[in-house]
Design a protein around this ligand. Structure first.
Ligand SMILES: *[C@@H]1O[C@H](CO)[C@@H](O)[C@H](O)[C@H]1NC(C)=O
Ligand SMILES: *[C@@H]1O[C@H](CO)[C@@H](O)[C@H](O)[C@H]1NC(C)=O
Ligand SMILES: *[C@@H]1O[C@H](CO)[C@@H](O)[C@H](O)[C@H]1NC(C)=O
Length: 978
């Protein structure tokens, strides 16, 4: 019965645990995207078996990425339970072939990426069921052939990518795709095709055809074969001849790419019906102004207007004045990137092309941008975008852009600009974006940006600026984004940010700032939303300093992570005061040694906090450190050395959705915590030494049964305390079993004790008590000695009496029994003969066993005394158990029978044998009666101890009524009748 109750109890406990927690779930090899719960990433798992990767994914998955694994084979139906999949990436694996029925049941799939494998063969029924597939990527494989039927089911296919394979038979490819009525794009770049010989036609829907980087020398196709193609890329077919285009209908082309072929642009325009405005003239060795002018006049004959003239990679060294003046009007873009131009010559080569909107001069050899005089002003009134990226520009001279005053975007980034004249940007009053990043600028002057009143984005990242002077940005009242990251800024002058009335994003990361104070930022308070101070040298030595952010009430995003060289270490008190709108705070990698419990108190709007990589610092987060944080949805505390995850610390983060805690020292997780975090759905505990002991058994159950919280890679979690064991394997049954046994043992013992103790008490109290003493003594040396002494019988009698009756004993009993003569007895009295220093019980035992007889002097007091009871019990034990009649009862006063009934053992003695009644002084002849009494007593003391003799003797002793009276005396009667 006890057993079943304890089992019930255990079951109840388990049940309560199940009900109380929203449990976690996890996937063997995948992480569910916390932002999109139907998207799964299973990358970098070193898995060879695709089933192991996907078997435990739920059917609701729509997006799956299993790239960067070692999968070499996709067995039939291996993903058929994932029939809601829309995107599937299996790139960067070791697939050798795509086998039959590999994607069975994936009828919803739209995108399949199989690139970067070693696929050599695709079996005929490999793609069966993929009738909704729109994009198939097979790039970077080892395909040499494509079977005509493989794409049979892909009715909706729009994009097919074969880039970087070893295909050589174009006709075969066309055959395999000819039926695909929706195909729009076919990429065959980087294969081994040498002609476009074909037997079937391309699907009429096909508009984009990439055949770059093959071995084409001729096209060999029907004249109408390409007549629906709009984008045709034939670049990097080094041997491709102009003749190949003879007779080919290219009217539909809107972009023809021919760079690095042997095609002659001029000849092509003559013999082909391609629209000249849509040819990309890059890489066609149009390397001199003369050739370009010839091209222009040719174009001019056929066109009035040109959107875009692309002349990349033509090895152009210089361009003479007015090179493009005979071209049709170029309205949009002139692209001269990747040539060898050394000088912009104030864009004089563009003279006459004043409708142009954009000029691109990237990847040239420009060394400086020279002064352009005012007479050329307004020569390009519509030019809004100019890019000089990737040149070698060192100097930008005054008035360098005066001929392009309408510029809105100027890209001077990725050059060697060390000298930017104070007047270089004069006149650019329309400029909104200025890129000066990745140069060698050291100084910015007050006048440098003074005309740029419309500027919205200024990027000065990665220069060598060390000081920002007063008023540098004073005219930039519309500036929205200022990027000063990656410079050598050590400080700002007091009014450095003056005039930046609209600044929202300020990037100061990667500088040499040692301190920040509120004066620097207070002008920005009304607008600044993003402040990046990552990777500076900010460090505080005092706890008490004014918050540098006190004015930044609009700030939403603050990065302070990774301060050099050793981190911030200390966060001053009330450091974040004023940041009441901050939503994201990055404090990672700072070795912050402790976080005061009120440090985040002012951040009432915080939604994201990153404290990662503070390993050498914070070991213990203080209770209440997040007490004001009701809003955080994401907390990143990776690699912080956190030892415990307790409700006191994290319990207030009730809105938390994502908790990222890898690489900590967590051994246990507080059960109460996860109850508090009711909205949590992503918990990352990877690389923590979670302990596989019973205190964590709830975690084990929680992780295995629940559907709210994803515990990332739960199956990889190792036991911190058992080398090589997995947490998910740890057997919690042991814990419950222990509990059960414990409960069973304790309850049953309790019940047995409760039911037996009263019984024992009633039945065996004295026996047990005696046995206990005997047992105790038996082990001791005493006992042995006692036995020896007993044989000698140290005393004739041990007198057991209550101290209240001492007077009688001393005045009456002692003189009468010890009084000398032949009838003298050796008596043992406790007050006199007990060995001092020995336990009283031992003394009593010794006395009872040391005397031949034990005389109990019974009175009211005696009956009430504990020790006396023990003495009489011991003596009666000898009487009943050892059959040694040692007991003599002497009643000092009449005891009523009802009173005696409580001492049933004594009654038993009285019933069994006779006793003596002290006559007192009330009888008619007290002296005679007392005389008789002493005689009787002496005789009894002298008698032998054997009980049968006692009985005999009892019968003989019939001399007085008292002695033969088997009943205890009544109150009024004396044993001698008058
Ligand atoms: C295949 O997809 C259907 C729904 O189209 C689904 O009911 C079935 O369970 C899937 N088969 C397997 C083996 O999962
Ligand atoms: C500049 O562009 C506008 C349209 O944006 C056009 O109306 C105007 O004629 C162009 N100016 C020149 C000089 O081409
Ligand atoms: C910024 O702080 C200064 C004092 O430090 C104060 O005078 C000013 O009003 C504050 N501005 C804003 C926008 O809070």
């Amino acid at each position: 019965m006890e057993r079943s109750t304890s089992i019930a109890l255990v079951i109840a406990i388990i049940f309560i645990q199940l009900v109380l927690f929203a449990a976690a779930y996890s996937f063997q090899n995948c992480i569910e995207n916390p932002a999109n719960r139907s998207s799964f990433n299973c990358i970098n798992r070193r898995q060879t078996n695709i089933s192991a990767l996907v078997q435990d994914l739920p059917g609701r998955a729509t997006s799956l990425n299993i790239s960067h694994n070692y999968v070499s084979h996709i067995p039939p139906r291996s993903m058929s339970h994932l029939w809601h999949l829309k995107n599937l990436r299996i790139d960067c694996n070791r697939l050798k072939k795509v086998s039959t029925h590999a994607f069975l049941n994936l009828t919803q799939l739209k995108m399949l990426n199989l690139s970067s494998n070693n696929i050599e063969t695709i079996e005929p029924l490999a793609f069966i069921d993929l009738q909704n597939l729109t994009e198939l990527v097979l790039s970077k494989n080892s395909l040499q052939n494509v079977q005509p039927q493989v794409f049979w089911d892909l009715e909706k296919l729009q994009i097919l990518n074969f880039r970087i394979n070893s295909l050589s038979n174009f006709s075969e490819i066309v055959e395999s795709v000819a039926h695909l009525q929706g195909l729009k794009e076919l990429d065959l770049c980087d294969n081994h095709l040498d002609s476009l010989h074909h037997s079937l036609s391309l699907p009429p829907s096909l508009s984009t055809l990439h055949i770059c980087k093959n071995h084409l020398y001729t096209l060999e196709c029907n004249s109408t074969f390409l007549n629906r193609i709009r984008l045709l890329d034939l670049s990097n077919n080094l041997k491709l001849q102009t003749d190949s285009f003879i007779g080919l209908d290219l009217r539909a082309i809107s972009y023809l790419r021919l760079r690095s072929t042997s095609v002659s642009a001029l000849a092509l325009l003559k013999l082909s019906n391609v629209k000249p405005g849509y040819v990309d003239y890059s890489g066609l060795t149009l390397n001199s102004s003369a050739k370009l002018m010839r091209l222009c006049s040719l174009l001019r004959k056929r066109l009035k207007k040109l959107h875009k003239l692309t002349l990349q990679g033509n090895n152009i060294l210089t361009l003479s004045d007015g090179t493009f003046k005979d071209c049709p009007v170029v309205t949009l873009t002139l692209d001269l990137s990747r040539n060898h131009l050394k000088n912009t010559t104030c864009l004089r080569f563009m003279r006459g092309q004043n409708h142009l909107e954009s000029i691109i001069l990237e990847h040239n050899l420009l060394c400086h941008i020279e002064t352009c005089h005012d007479k050329q002003k307004m020569s390009f009134p519509n030019l809004t975008s100019l890019s000089f990226r990737y040149n070698r520009i060192r100097d930008v001279y005054p008035f360098a852009f005066s001929q392009t005053p309408r510029l809105t975007t100027l890209k001077l980034n990725i050059n060697n600009i060390a000298y930017l004249d104070r007047k270089a940007l004069k006149g650019l009053t329309h400029l909104t974006t200025l890129r000066l990043d990745n140069n060698l600028l050291t100084d910015l002057f007050e006048s440098t940006f003074s005309d740029l009143s419309q500027l919205k984005t200024l990027n000065l990242r990665n220069n060598r600026i060390s000081v920002i002077f007063n008023g540098t940005f004073h005219s930039l009242s519309l500036l929205h984004i200022l990027d000063l990251g990656g410079n050598k800024i050590t400080h700002f002058e007091h009014g450095a940010f003056g005039g930046l009335y609209s600044l929202a994003n300020l990037y100061l990361d990667g500088n040499y700032l040692r301190q920040i104070d509120s004066c620097q930022f207070w002008r920005l308070g009304a607008t600044l939303q993003v402040l990046d101070l990552k990777g500076n040298f900010i460090r505080y030595l005092k706890r008490y300093t004014q918050s540098p952010f006190v004015n930044l009430t609009q700030l939403k995003d603050l990065k302070l992570n990774g301060q050099l060289p050793h981190g911030m270490i200390l966060l001053p008190n009330a450091f974040f005061r004023g940041l009441q709108n901050l939503t994201s705070l990055y404090l990672g990698n700072n070795k912050i040694s402790s976080l005061q419990s009120d440090i985040f108190e002012d951040l009432a709007s915080l939604e994201f906090l990153s404290l990662d990589d503070n390993y050498d610092g914070v070991k213990q987060l203080q209770a209440g450190v997040f007490k004001n944080q009701r809003k955080p949805k994401r907390l990143n505390a990776e690699n912080m050395g956190i030892r415990s995850l307790s409700a006191e610390v994290f319990g207030n983060l009730t809105e938390l959705r994502m908790l990222t805690l890898p690489k900590n020292a967590l051994q246990t997780v507080d059960e109460a915590l996860l109850k508090n975090l009711s909205k949590l759905h992503y918990l990352d505990l990877r690389l923590n030494p979670i302990s596989c002991t019973c205190p964590n058994r709830w975690l084990k159950n929680w992780t295995s049964r629940n559907h709210q919280v994803q515990l990332v890679y739960h199956y990889d979690l190792m036991c911190g305390d058992v080398h090589g064991a997995h947490f998910y394997n740890f057997d919690t049954k042991v814990c419950y079993l222990d509990l059960g046994i414990y409960l069973f043992a304790s309850t049953s013992t309790l019940i047995i004790l409760l039911s037996t103790i009263p019984l024992l008490y009633v039945k065996l109290y004295w026996k047990l008590k005696y046995s206990y003493y005997v047992f105790r003594s038996w082990f001791s040396e005493h006992w042995r000695r006692l036995r020896e002494k007993e044989e000698e019988c140290q005393y004739d009698a041990f007198i057991s009496y209550n101290s209240a009756d001492e007077k009688w004993v001393l005045e009456q009993l002692l003189p009468n029994l010890e009084g000398g003569g032949s009838s003298s007895f050796r008596l043992c009295l406790h007050h006199r003969d007990f060995v001092p220093g020995r336990g009283i019980v031992d003394n009593i035992v010794a006395a009872v066993y040391g005397g031949r007889k034990t005389v109990c002097v019974v009175s009211q007091h005696y009956l009430n005394s504990e020790w006396c009871s023990l003495e009489i019990q011991l003596a009666s034990y000898r009487l009943f158990q050892e059959f040694r009649d040692v007991l003599l009862l002497v009643f000092l006063e009449p005891i009523p029978e009802r009173q005696l009934s409580a001492y049933h053992r004594m009654r038993k003695v009285m019933l069994k044998k006779t006793y003596l009644q002290w006559p007192g002084n009330d009888c008619t002849d007290p002296e005679k009666a007392q005389e008789l009494f002493w005689n009787q007593l002496r005789r009894a003391l002298r008698s032998a101890n054997d009980s049968h003799q006692v009985e005999d003797e009892g019968e003989k002793e019939g001399e007085g009524e008292c002695f033969s009276n088997p009943r205890p005396v009544d109150d009024e009667t004396c044993y001698l009748k008058p």
